[in-house]
Design a protein around this ligand. Structure first.
Ligand code: NDP
Length: 341
């Protein structure tokens, strides 16, 4: 049976999630892309094992991750069975429901019917008794927020999850959701918004201030802007890239204006002896209110490169000012619909 590296806790940093008792690794791994049936099982296994060996205790999933939807959770279930499940008490595994998952009126959004059924399906696919965190994946303007939050509360009370979180809720909806959860005595552990040097909506919305005020942690997703904030697209669009797959990274995002800023940021990263990916991760973590940077990786080498960001997390004021000149909103927030409600 596979054994994890004995030194796995030596170099990772763990940060407290808001005012809770839970600590999360500064870098967490998400399985949105690269873990569907279109990717090799061997690569998925190698990435997850290496992540755990590097001290990444948190793996983030959702019902719809694939393709096809559900296949990433099924793949993670197989990975668990190949050794990682022996470390279940050292793992924080999350899942979510909110986006389109199955046909008909009960297969998406925020009803009690959907959330509880979807959580049961996720547990079955992963072969788990419980997930550590279960999220409402997006705000639903047509379901009473009480219903969605009461479903999350039920999911915890019935033993399906240990904690709950919300994803892509704006400040106002976050305050409303958190107040309901407080009343139910199932506190909101964590918020999962998108955030990167070229997608800074949580600063404008005041979400980070709100989370600090409420004592809730933030795990920020797509800190590499789906790969835009790496050296991947500096010289065109490679065949083996997310932009070429025609999924969530629209090629139009890689326009001249955005690429000019990305190239300038790349130069700043080089002055810091970091890859652009490393600087992008260190940059989201510069704010102590960010508990964890939630990254994706299509290979072990990408993962290793990204985790090495933690070797240099400090920025001088001059560096931050220089970064601000180019860290401009690139109009890439494809999750904006959820926060505009
Ligand atoms: P990132 O911004 O980290 O993008 C990951 C991609 O960047 C990789 O697939 C790879 O692209 C490229 N990459 C990663 N590391 C490197 C590196 N060191 N050097 C060069 N290129 C690199 O995050 P994701 O967009 O993948 O999202 C991360 C996680 O966040 C998801 O898996 C999911 O768990 C969560 N998420 C949550 C959402 C929500 O609504 N709550 C929405 C979206 C994501 P390539 O594949 O082209 O090689």
């Amino acid at each position: 049976m596979w054994q994890a590296d004995k030194n796995r806790y030596d170099s990772m940093t763990y940060q407290r999630c808001g005012n809770s008792g839970l600590q999360l690794p500064a870098v967490s791994l998400g399985l949105w892309h690269n873990f569907g049936d279109d990717a090799l099982d061997q690569t998925k296994l190698a990435i997850c094992r290496r992540a755990f060996d590097l001290g990444i205790t948190h793996f983030d999933l959702a019902n719809n991750y694939g393709p096809p939807p559900g296949s990433a959770e099924a793949a993670f279930g197989r990975i668990l069975k190949q050794g990682l499940s022996g470390y279940r008490d050292e793992l924080i595994i999350s899942s979510k429901a909110g986006y389109d998952m199955w046909p008909g009126p009960y297969g998406e959004w925020g009803s009690r019917k959907y959330l509880i059924a979807s959580c049961d399906q996720s547990l079955k696919r992963m072969g788990l008794d419980y997930v550590d965190i279960f999220y409402s994946h997006r705000f639903d303007p047509n379901t009473p927020l009480e219903e969605t939050m009461m479903a999350l509360d039920h999911i915890v009370r019935s033993g399906r999850a240990l904690y709950v979180g919300i994803s892509s809720y704006n400040t106002q909806r976050t305050r409303e959701a958190v107040a309901i959860l407080q009343e139910l005595k199932t506190p909101c552990l964590i918020h999962q918004p998108s955030y990167s040097m070229i997608n800074r909506w949580i600063e404008d919305d005041g979400l980070l201030d709100t989370l600090e005020d409420l004592g809730i942690g933030a795990i920020v997703f797509s800190p590499l802007a789906q790969g835009m904030l790496t050296d991947k697209y500096l010289n065109g669009i490679p065949d083996n890239s997310r932009a070429m797959q025609g999924k969530s990274l629209n090629k139009d995002f890689l326009n001249d204006k955005n690429l000019a800023n990305i190239r300038a940021l790349h130069d700043i990263a080089q002055q810091r002896n970091q890859s652009l990916a490393q600087m992008a991760i260190a940059w989201v973590l510069r704010d102590p209110r960010v508990t964890s940077a939630l990254i994706g990786a299509s290979s072990v080498s990408q993962l290793e490169n990204s985790v090495a960001a933690l070797a240099n997390r400090d920025f001088s004021d001059a560096e931050l000012n220089e970064i601000d000149q180019y860290a401009k909103d690139a109009d890439i927030n494809i999750w904006a619909a959820s926060i505009e409600k």
